[in-house]
Design a protein around this ligand. Structure first.
Ligand code: KMH
Ligand code: ZN
Length: 271
């Protein structure tokens, strides 16, 4: 089995300080959280930017500050969000890709997202995929429901995205596929043999799906974007606390955790 790649989804677009007092918001806070997570075993950080008032933004200048501050602290792979927040325009969402980060997310379809609709028109997503190719950015395909994986396989055949695919199964969004073992097993069964996958279980699904991924040879995403709790009713003290737990479980199961350098090799990225 490959070493385990842990992604820390540090901030997201939706979580507030009222829900999680330790949520990193400013570029310095996000960079500090990234460094703590890297030390705890994360090899990728999934980054969303926020304005000083806490509202989500895809502002390129703020992303630049975040990336620079992270790179000053550690070698972790920076994956920018192109999902942004519900309601943002495609042009806004794509902005951080022009900073040529190592990775970016690429959503493979539209999904109801709580009370909103997370719009991902195929023609916009094609533009996102082309931009990532142009800038040498490795896409992580965000799969919220099974049809999105079917769409990804169709895109692969048409040459719109490249092998080997790296996908993130985001399971448990209200409106998307459930955060269950059955959902994960089905999605995994549809992947091409050379694909890599990670799972982002939402809320209470974060830990059980993460443990399943460790056992099945997948990779794991944890962090406040998807879940603010350590256990039922107990808030996590930091993103790094969630990373540490997954790293500890994986090591206990004799599956070592990948460094950023090892993660780049596993994902077929340039050193
Ligand atoms: N905030 C969600 C609407 C991504 O980062 O690519 C979308 C999202 C996905 O978080
Ligand atoms: Zn995100």
């Amino acid at each position: 089995m490959q070493k385990l790649i842990i992604t820390a989804a540090l901030t997201g677009a939706e979580v507030t300080r009222a829900q999680q007092p330790a949520l990193p918001i400013s570029p310095e806070e996000i960079a500090q959280a990234a460094a703590e997570c890297a030390l705890a075993g994360a090899s990728i950080v999934h980054v969303h930017a926020r304005n000083p008032d806490g509202s989500p933004t895809q502002d390129k200048a703020i992303y630049r500050q975040i990336i620079t501050a992270i790179q000053a602290r550690c070698d972790v792979i920076v994956q920018v969000s192109t999902g942004g927040a519900v309601g943002m325009t495609p042009q806004e969402r794509l902005a951080p890709v022009t900073l040529t980060p190592e990775m970016a997310t690429l959503s493979m379809g539209t999904v109801n997202f709580g009370d909103g609709v997370f719009m991902n028109h195929p023609s916009d997503m094609e533009v996102f995929a082309q931009a990532m190719r142009l800038h040498g950015v490795k896409p992580e395909l965000e799969i919220f429901d099974s049809g999105m994986l079917t769409a990804a396989l169709r895109w692969l055949k048409k040459g719109l995205i490249d092998s080997p695919l790296h996908v993130d199964f985001v399971l448990g969004i209200p409106g998307g596929m459930a955060g269950t073992a059955e959902a994960l097993m089905y999605l995994r069964s549809q992947l091409p043999p050379d694909a890599t996958w990670t799972v982002a279980g939402i809320g209470a699904a974060q830990l059980p799906l993460g443990v399943m991924a460790i056992l099945l040879g997948g990779h794991v995403r944890v962090g406040f974007e998807d879940n603010v709790f350590y256990s039922k009713g107990e808030l996590a003290s930091s993103n790094a606390q969630l990373v540490s737990r997954i790293a500890r479980i994986s090591q206990e199961m004799n599956r070592p955790v990948a460094t950023p350098k090892e993660a780049r090799a596993i994902l077929g990225m340039a050193p």
